[in-house]
Design a protein around this ligand. Sequence first.
Ligand SMILES: [Zn+2]
Length: 328
Amino acid sequence: MLSYPPLRWLAPARLLLLLLIAQLSVLAASVAAESSQSAPAAPADADTEFVYVPRVGIQVGHWHQDQLPSEQARIRRDSGTYRQGVDEWELNYMVAERAQPILAAAGVQVDLLPATIPPGYRADAFVSLHFDGVDPSIADLRRGWKITTPYLASPNSLLLEQSFREVYPAITGLPYDENHGSLVSVRANYTFAWYRFEHAIAPETPAVLIELAFSTHPDEWILINEQPELLAEGVAQSILRYLEQFDPYQTLNRRPPYYPRYTPREPMSLYDWPNDQSAAIKQIAPGNRLLVMREQAGWYLVFVRGTWDLGWVPAEALQRIPNDHRNR
Ligand SMILES: [Zn+2]
């Protein structure tokens, strides 16, 4: 007689197994139901449409500035403006944390970034938030907001800047601060300086830096503290205006202008302005590598590689360095 396992214990075991399978399938069904709630499946007979989710980085200026990597150690102490016991980063954060949900509700993926930028950060827009401030003796004289792109601005960066110029003042009522000599150095802000640092945005990331208002102006200080949501609305709606016009597939619009590396033909001056009557900043010589940041009427605005010297040189006095494609 063939020996079978006694049915006495086999039957309950089978029953248990069946119950287990049944429970697992109930579980699987409920998981499927839950995930279909968060991402509804396209109807099987419809054309599945790919939805592009734009990604935007909002940098809270000076947030954890003291934690900048060693390549940016010299600016770790730049904590920005300060007023009545409040550091600039706290004001920047107040606006950023209110802008984020407005953008998220519109389907935008938002990264809130501290001072340290992930190496080669990529996004469809990068917006660095700051407030300006001046010495108390002239606090009443300076007010308003201002914005800049990087020196090497892609068409998308210019579009982002234009969207802010159209929308931000309309929402906040703030005037534009035309008296902004300080923006010259802001264009070379470390977050934009992919030609110098690893912890910077990728060259293809459209970017602006905005000074939202003057924390030192009495009226604007009240606005900042009593209506931060108005400034946040201004930021979020400016970004949404940009995204309406932004085409993620037009990769040419992401590219900043390209210049080859140059060196002077002979020893010469680096000038303060694009004419040789202006002050000479320093002497440069063949062998100095020059990174072009801007072009104007036959002159180049250049960084002297490996230094922080920025000045103008006539383009005709330069020669191209062959086969120099290094970014930094
Ligand atoms: Zn700042």
